[in-house]
Design a protein around this ligand. Structure first.
Ligand code: ZN
Length: 284
């Protein structure tokens, strides 16, 4: 028995991949793939060690000029895109982490606030950066409906237990015509296909590739189709949808994996099947 679909609520679901410590189910009604029996997220991701040990280099870079790193230029680019539709007003970043995006938004005139489930990250953003960050999940965030001009989700929607309800809340907080920017992994991509293939040809015996790509801390494994479906179900109209690759420098790989990834990236670009999607949508 698998859980009903977290997206369309259909009971027509089945286990697709039986992995070592978790399983992935798929909905036969809408095609959504999800971590079945998700226990509310991996606490490791929220810990001080996650930032200070596992992502040590990125963490230490926060004490230098973090406004010049690779993510910062991506943030600036998308803020320009947002500002073309919604002039700098009130912005909420869901899954604000250490607050780099909030800092950059602030510097451009936004009244930026964050929601962050990690106590460590929220404290860092508040104490070291003087930001306004609520420690908890979006459901518990105290704010009036219709008061935000923009809401952003940078690689965070895939980790929440109830993605549809979370997006509904975000949309409720937006004013009519307000914009939502979201970036997440695309599992209808070449790398994911290769992982699926190793599982299938080995009749489920080889799980390594699948577990490296369809990672356990994800609740949702979106494709372009299921991402479009969930955004539309939340009352959003998609304005821009772009696909891109995840920067290799941000992935912990060994040299062999790195070489394989580079090859995949080249082919994926040609086929328009890259591993990440960014969407800009508008509240209708
Ligand atoms: Zn479904």
């Amino acid at each position: 028995m698998s859980e009903p679909c977290p997206l369309c609520k259909s009971a027509a679901t089945r286990v697709e991949y039986e992995l070592t410590d978790y399983r992935i189910s798929v909905c036969d009604t809408c095609g959504f793939e999800y971590h079945d029996g998700f226990g509310g997220g991996e606490t490791e991701m929220f810990s001080a060690d996650y930032y200070q040990v596992r992502h040590r280099e990125a963490f230490q870079a926060q004490f230098g000029d973090f406004t010049q790193d690779a993510s910062a230029s991506v943030y600036r680019h998308w803020l320009e895109v947002i500002e073309a539709r919604a002039p700098a007003g009130r912005l909420l970043d869901v899954g604000a982490a250490l607050g780099t995006f909030l800092k950059i938004a602030e510097s451009r005139g936004w009244k930026a606030e964050g929601v962050e489930i990690s106590r460590f990250a929220a404290d860092f953003a508040r104490e070291k950066r003087g930001l306004t960050v609520f420690n908890g999940d979006l459901e518990g965030f105290p704010a009036e409906d219709g008061t935000f001009d923009a809401v952003t989700f940078w690689d965070s929607i895939e980790h929440v237990t109830h993605p549809l309800e979370n997006l509904n809340t975000a949309v409720r907080l937006l004013r009519p015509g307000g914009v939502l920017l979201l970036t997440t992994d695309n599992f209808d991509c070449l790398v994911a296909d290769a992982a699926r293939l190793t599982y299938r040809v080995s009749a489920g015996a080889v799980r390594y590739a699948l577990e490296r790509v369809f990672i356990a801390p994800n609740r949702s494994y979106f494709s372009e189709a299921t991402l479009r479906a969930i955004l539309e179900a939340s009352g959003l109209r998609i304005v821009i949808l772009e696909k891109m690759e995840y920067p290799i420098d941000k992935i912990r790989t060994n040299p062999a994996e790195r070489l394989i990834l580079k090859g995949f990236y080249g082919v994926a670009r040609l086929l328009h099947r890259q591993a990440q999607i960014t969407v800009l949508a508008e509240k209708v």
